[in-house]
Unconditional design. Structure first.
Lengths: 374, 216
């Protein structure tokens, strides 16, 4: 039953082929010169509809304007194939019907073409007509499979196009993720600034006030008060350092140069800072550059045993270059320390590159290149 | 002394009012955003204002901008800027005018009640109060100029002068004698080519030079 169904559908495909094939040719030869993209997608749309409807073969659609040459090639070739398969299939049916027709009713016209009753004709005709019927049943399947094979190869997006689309989509979604993470950091900074930090300041202030006004109270109570006051101030400093590491507000407000003075000034190792970025890069790239410098300086303070460090940020040829050096003991290895790996990941998230040169005995140089647009 | 406060956190605003009132300062008005703050200041004409940098609506530098407007319109009103973080860039903008009647401190400093009130009074009476954090950021930025000639100790002294401290306060901070500080100060004046004149004036000039805003 299913085979019969397939034969029937393939036959319909062959019978209707020339109409679409010719219409496709006409469309390409007339409007194809003016609006090639629209014509290619409309005509291949007709074909796609045929295959989806008759052969249960939905085909992937290339992006608008893509793979035009292949679609035009398909329209040209499919037209030829449609004409050929129409001619063959319809011819087979026609001749076999003619053969049986002649066998059945030939006696009525026995004086014409072949001599009805001639033994050769009478034996060859039924065999030929039966063979033709078999061909008329089998060939549509063959033609349909050629046609769909061609369509799969030419009408679907090419592998290259598919991959490049995928890369575009992934690049876009990754940028979204990076931006979202950045926005999240900003939000947390804001929340802490408006909430916990204000509360702590207020707490420390009240403790300070209490300490100042209760000077002649029980010394044990005063000791506890003093301890609480100092603790509150320490907590405030720690929270401030933490929050500033998330995303400093001045970075959005005044840019990289302004934000980096704070980082450099807080570094226990003396830092020489030079920033020359005439045009501000995107906020995400700025945040990455800031993070690179902050993280690199904190690594230097923790591990390098350096007496001096330099930070140079400059923009040229559409790239932001960040170079951090120190005169410490060297031996920094990105494959081991989590700090450097985190840096490399953050830099990679905006298609930047990070190179570390850190021979044993120093000096260490971290070089980061970021695209200015992202 | 009459004070107007601009601070968007209600908690902190009330705390500041309590703190200043306890120290016999007269808080005449408080505001939660820069716009109403400026209106209240022009209405009450206080001696000094205490102002948060980050305020609504954009929560970036409204307070700083309000302070700049204030210093242009009412130079006689002293401004003490408070912030959760101090930034060298904001300080430079704030100090682009005359470096007197102006202060810029971390909010944390409020916790040391006595010091904070003293800083406020100092600013109100024409002095300066810069947070040590700002000073160290400014120092980092001023490495490559005539200040190079100063020894690290002299730079330290100059930094403390910029914070607004007197010679004796500097002596206490550095654990040296008053006369040692006096010597350092004179060396600083000499190295910065400041002619002998009224000492206070020279102090202001030295601080100006230090902040990189003075004329050479």
């Amino acid at each position: 039953m299913r085979l019969l169904m397939r034969i029937w559908r393939s036959t319909v495909l062959a019978a209707t082929g020339p109409a679409i094939g010719l219409a496709g040719w006409i469309a390409v030869l007339t409007a194809g010169w003016i609006v090639p993209g629209a014509v290619a997608s409309t005509v291949s749309g007709w074909y796609r509809f045929r295959y989806a409807d008759l052969l249960d073969e939905p085909l992937a659609v290339p992006a608008p304007g893509r793979d035009l040459a292949r679609q035009f090639a398909f329209i040209g070739l499919a037209g030829l194939l449609a004409l050929l398969s129409f001619a063959v299939v319809v011819g087979c049916w026609a001749f076999s019907i003619a053969g049986f027709g002649w066998l059945s009713f030939g006696w009525a016209a026995r004086d014409q073409l072949l001599t009805y009753g001639d033994p050769v004709a009478m034996s060859v005709t039924p065999i030929a007509a039966s063979l033709l019927i078999l061909l008329a049943l089998a060939l549509p399947l063959r033609f349909a499979s050629w046609e769909i094979g061609m369509a799969r190869a030419l009408l679907q997006p090419s592998r290259t196009a598919e991959l490049s689309e995928r890369v575009d989509a992934l690049t876009g979604s990754r940028a979204d993720v990076v931006d979202a993470a950045d926005a999240e950091r900003r939000r947390i900074e804001r929340d802490l600034h408006d909430g916990a930090q204000q509360r702590l300041v207020s707490l420390a202030m009240n403790l300070g006030l209490a300490r100042a006004t209760l000077a002649d109270t029980d010394p044990r109570a005063l000791d506890a008060l003093t301890a609480a006051h100092e603790e509150a101030k320490l907590a405030l400093t720690e929270l401030r350092d933490l929050v500033r590491g998330l995303h400093p507000a001045v970075l959005d407000d005044r840019g990289l140069d302004a934000a980096l003075s704070g980082v450099a000034a807080r570094s226990p190792v003396p830092v020489e800072l030079s920033v020359s970025v005439p045009e501000r890069p995107s906020r995400t790239v700025e945040a990455v550059a800031y993070f690179v410098v902050a993280e690199a300086l904190s690594n230097i303070a923790k591990h390098a045993g350096a007496s001096a460090a330099t930070v140079a940020v400059s923009a040229f040829h559409g790239r932001l270059h960040v170079v951090v050096t120190d005169d410490g003991c060297g031996g920094a290895d990105p494959s081991r320390g989590t700090g450097l790996r985190g840096l490399a990941q953050r830099v990679g998230s905006v298609d930047g590159t990070l190179t570390v040169s850190s021979p044993e005995g120093g000096p260490t140089e971290i070089r980061v290149e970021l695209p200015c647009e992202s | 002394m009459r004070v107007v406060i601009g601070e968007d956190s209600v908690l902190l605003r009330d705390g500041l009012v309590r703190l200043l009132t306890a120290h016999d300062l007269d808080v005449v008005a408080t505001a939660g955003d820069a716009e109403s703050f400026l209106r209240l200041v022009s209405e009450h004409r206080p001696d000094v204002v205490v102002l948060d940098v980050r305020m609504p609506p954009s929560f970036t530098d409204e307070g700083l901008r309000a302070a700049l407007v204030l210093r242009r319109q009412y130079p006689e009103i002293a401004v003490l800027l408070l912030s959760q973080y101090v930034e060298e860039r904001y300080a430079t903008e704030l100090l682009s005018g005359p470096p007197s009647r102006v202060g810029y401190l971390l909010k944390d400093r409020v916790a040391d009640v006595g010091d904070f009130v003293e800083a406020l009074r100092r600013v109100a009476s024409g002095g300066t109060a810069l947070d040590p954090e700002v000073v160290s950021q400014l120092l980092l930025r001023r490495r490559r100029d005539p200040l190079e000639r100063l020894t690290p100790r002299e730079r330290e002294v100059l930094g403390l002068m910029a914070e607004g401290r007197s010679n004796s306060a500097i002596a206490v901070a550095l654990c040296v004698t008053d006369s040692a500080v006096g010597k350092h100060v004179n060396n600083i004046f000499a190295k910065l080519d400041l002619p002998p004149a009224d000492n206070d004036h020279r102090r202001v000039l030295a601080v100006l030079r230090f902040l990189g805003v003075g004329k050479a």
